[in-house]
Design a protein around this ligand. Structure first.
Ligand code: COA
Ligand code: AMP
Length: 630
């Protein structure tokens, strides 16, 4: 069946379509029905099926005689090392870690927070939780202690699993003090922390901590806990409009079915192929396509610890593809923009044999045509932009290469995937004609694998996603659909920005900036950036009578966001203004500010030390009658 027939089959009889897809998964007890809509508009999938995600990712491949196949390749330019782990070895390691967690009282439904860099142990920790039915919540290493504390208080984990350190170019990220600091700030205190000591830094172990290896000593490996299809597998926090992140829940059954389905139908992967998602386990791409998708499908996954440029050079990605014979490669457009900037003519590409590569997939942010064309010319394989969100867990729109190699249209991440009825609505909730820009929504119910709700926040789930357009899930993206059914994603409709493929809340940054003693009022907007897609830009109104140097205040604010949210916010641009543009009711006109900022001729690199750019934006604002001095 081609794309159109498959899409239609899922529309016409979703029960049949998704029960058939569920056949690809090993169940302890098969589900008798796919969708449970008894509590609509909250939906569950495979709620009477019983299974275990870790069993599907590891045990069943070993039982099928494929234990010697490589499950995970760790490639770390940061430590200049590369090693391989078979499915059988992964199973032994995961069962042992799971047994040790169980022996310390972690069980079904308990939360475990994972704070780890890109090492195989991060996947082992996730799978060990899945094995015993504990709900993991992985936090990206670029978040600071305060953000970690917010997540600890929301998820109330029984344990934290962490590494001693992460490695960024030129510096070691000391994880242990970050975790200790977070626990200090948090109201909830976990029972214990498991620390994986890396060679690059051995952390000091405190009374609450246990050593990763030592606590597994002499403990029986754990068996797989039978889980209901609708039992949560993980919580992944993502940015919303406020400083309080949203805890997206992912349930076991639908997740396993959907990811398995995507591996062949979207990515055209075969078991045993090498699938590489150059992302981080702290993001949804890392959850779905570094850890669960490839392993559930029996492929080989690469855990890559490094950057596309500078470690050692802009040929790193090509080296990894050649060395490990990668067939499918997935990353964010930012990474390609970074490579293109360093090596515009693609001189380094020619040094490597990339013949194993069948396709490149891009997601996480809008892919600009220049980047796509450059990648097509260099790699000479299909370049597939696809659109999804933490909430959906996998692609809403794509070109499903395994189903049908539909034509790629520049600027569009493709057509809706089976199960997703994507529509564009106007402010009044009515469908808009093709080609008109509006709110991109998905008709309920969403397909299996998507979020059934937010952790501890049913009301927020309903108000954030289900209220503005009753009967639909509101994606928060604005866009349009063309006459061929291709979707175009143009912008966010909320205060979320996308920096280097990382989703960030301007509201959270505003909350931090408001905490500066001299700041009376502030607004943060996203401004266009040639490398990272967007950058956050802060406008600060100071308290009356404040005579402190503006440069000093800006520098302090930059430092404050780094301390409270973390380096990942990449917040480096801010300016002092006399007042903010507001509506009569006092609402800050962020859209107006962003348009002005985008209209100014600002070029990269821009930093707070680049007064011309700040001046341009401030002058433009002043010309519009909004900004004051400085
Ligand atoms: N732990 C600690 N700090 C981290 C971190 C981590 N896991 N990841 C990033 N940071 C830090 C960086 O070191 C940087 O710090 P600095 O301000 O001191 O330089 C800051 O957070 C901003 O990071 P980033 O925006 O990623 O910028 P960068 O200059 O380090 O790298 C790219 C730029 C384009 C190379 C990189 O963002 C990239 O490869 N992105 C695309 C891939 C991706 O991961 N996408 C995610 C979703 S698919
Ligand atoms: P995240 O939840 O971090 O994956 O971010 C999801 C958001 O990133 C989406 O709502 C979009 O705004 C944006 N996004 C992701 N993929 C794409 C894409 N292919 N094209 C345009 N925007 C994208």
């Amino acid at each position: 069946m081609g794309y159109h027939e498959t899409y239609q089959a899922a529309q016409n009889d979703p029960e049949k379509f998704w029960l058939e897809a569920a056949e690809a998964i090993a169940w302890v007890k098969k589900p008798t029905r796919a969708l449970n809509d008894s509590n609509a508009p909250l939906y569950e999938w495979y709620s009477d099926g019983v299974m275990n995600t870790c069993y599907n990712a590891l045990d069943r491949h070993v039982e099928a005689g494929r234990g010697d196949q490589i499950a995970v390749i760790h490639d770390s330019p940061m430590t200049q090392s590369s090693h391989e782990i078979t499915y059988a070895e992964m199973l032994t390691r995961v069962a042992s870690l799971a047994g040790a967690l169980k022996a310390k009282g972690v069980g079904k439904g308990d939360r475990v927070l994972i704070y780890m860099p890109m090492i195989p142990e991060a996947l082992e920790a996730m799978l060990a939780c899945a094995r015993i039915g504990a709900i993991h919540s992985v936090v990206f290493g670029g978040f600071a202690a305060h953000e970690l504390a917010v997540r600890i208080d929301d998820a109330t984990p029984k344990a934290i699993i962490a590494a001693s350190c992460g490695l960024e170019p030129g510096r070691v990220i000391h994880y242990k003090p970050l975790i200790d600091g977070a626990i200090e700030i948090a109201t909830h205190k976990p029972d214990f922390c498991v620390i994986f000591q890396r060679e690059q830094e051995v952390a000091k172990i405190g009374p609450r901590d246990v050593d990763w290896h030592a606590f597994q000593y002499g403990v029986d490996p754990a068996a797989c806990e039978p889980m209901m299809g609708s039992d949560p597998l993980y919580i992944l926090y993502t940015s919303g409009t406020t400083g309080q992140p949203k805890g997206v829940i992912r349930a076991n059954g639908g997740h396993a079915v959907a990811l398995h389905w995507t591996m062949k139908n979207i990515y055209n992967v075969e078991p045993g192929d090498v699938f590489w998602a150059a992302s981080d386990v702290g993001w949804v791409v890392g959850h779905s396509y570094i850890c669960y998708g490839p392993l559930i499908y029996g492929a080989t996954t690469i855990v890559f610890e490094g950057k596309p440029v500078g470690t050692p050079d802009a040929g790193t990605f090509w080296r990894v593809i050649e060395q490990h014979k990668v067939t499918s490669f997935f990353t964010a457009p930012t990474a390609f923009r970074a490579i293109k900037r360093e090596d515009p003519e693609g001189k380094l590409v020619k040094d490597y044999d990339l013949s194993s590569l069948k396709a490149l997939y891009l997601a996480g942010e809008r892919a600009d045509s220049d980047t796509i064309i450059w990648a097509q010319n260099q790699l000479k394989v299909p370049v597939i932009d696809h659109w999804w969100q933490t909430e959906t867990g996998y692609a809403v729109a794509a070109i499903p290469l395994g189903l049908e190699a539909l034509p790629v249209k520049l600027g569009s991440p493709g057509v809706p995937m089976p199960g997703y009825d994507v529509q564009v609505l106007g402010d009044d909730g009515h469908p808009l004609p093709n080609g008109e820009l509006g709110a991109v929504v998905i008709k309920l119910p969403l397909p299996p694998g998507t979020l059934p709700g937010l952790w501890n926040a049913e009301d927020r789930f309903k108000s954030s996603y289900l209220t503005a357009f009753p009967g639909y899930y509101e994606t928060g993206d604005a866009g349009m659909i063309d006459d061929d059914g291709y979707i175009y994603i143009m912008a966010r409709t909320d205060d979320v920005i996308n920096v280097a493929g990382h989703r960030l809340s301007t509201g959270a940054m505003e909350e931090v900036l408001s905490g500066h003693p001299d700041v009376a009022e502030c607004a943060v907007i996203g401004v266009a950036d040639a490398l990272k897609g967007q950058l956050a830009f802060g406008f600060l109104c100071l308290n009356a009578g404040c005579v402190k140097d503006h440069g000093e205040i800006v520098a302090e604010c930059v430092q404050l966001v780094r301390e409270k949210i973390g380096p990942v916010a990449a917040f480096k641009l801010a300016t002092v203004v006399e007042r903010l543009p507001k509506t009569r009711s006092g609402k800050v006109l962020r859209g107006t500010m962003a348009n002005i900022a985008d209209g100014t001729d600002w070029k990269m690199p821009a930093t707070i030390d680049d007064p011309i750019i700040l001046d341009e934006i401030t002058v433009a604002l002043r010309a519009m009658g909004y900004a004051g001095q400085n």
